[in-house]
Design a protein around this ligand. Structure first.
Ligand code: PRP
Length: 173
């Protein structure tokens, strides 16, 4: 199977923007030891690259949720598939996402993590599809604001494939 993918954000643009985000986050978290919570599966590459730009000591942990299944539209029902290993109470928690789209996933994760009483809770997302938002959730750090298109690559999938593309692309008909 071959796909026709048009590059939207190049490998170099991603690398440069992550450097900037890393510097900003390192500054904001200076003097703390945050825990980065990567939301599987889409954020695995972003976590790996962002983590290596941070100059503050930090931990990483993982959480898996599902809102889409194999559908292209959010169903609105978010399920927790895999919980964190760490106790995040009194910790500075930074959630790492590949994309915030409708905001439903972040709304769910935010409410879920807040019950554990973290010292702080923020999100960094590589992509922000602002115009698609269905709930009003705060987004603290975003790499790129993008228009509504079906994006793949750099962690984002089409039917579980294409996550390995080193760039963000738009899947063509
Ligand atoms: C994607 C993405 C976010 C969520 C954002 O995950 O990683 O978690 O959708 O969409 P929303 O703002 O509309 O809720 P997906 O459910 O596709 O799973 P995946 O990360 O395993 O690809």
């Amino acid at each position: 199977m071959t796909w026709n993918v048009k590059i939207l954000i190049s490998e170099q643009q991603i690398r440069d923007r992550i450097q900037e985000l890393g510097a900003q986050i390192s500054g904001d978290y200076q003097g703390t030891e945050p825990i980065l919570v990567s939301i599987l599966r889409g954020s695995f590459l972003f976590l790996a690259d962002l983590s290596r730009t941070l100059t503050v000591p930090h931990e990483v942990d993982f959480m898996a949720v599902s809102s889409y299944g194999n559908a292209q539209e959010s169903t609105g029902v978010v399920r927790l598939l895999q919980d964190l290993s760490s106790d995040v109470s009194r910790r500075h928690v930074l959630v790492v996402e590949d994309i915030v789209d409708t905001g439903l996933t972040w709304e769910y994760i935010r409410a879920n993590l807040m019950t554990r009483r973290p010292a702080s809770l923020k999100i960094v997302t590589l992509l922000n599809k602002e115009e698609r938002r269905r709930v009003d959730v705060p987004v603290d750090y975003a790499g790129f604001v993008i228009e509504d298109a079906f994006v793949v690559g750099y962690g984002l999938d089409y039917q579980q494939k294409l996550r390995n593309l080193p760039y963000i692309g738009v899947l063509q008909e």
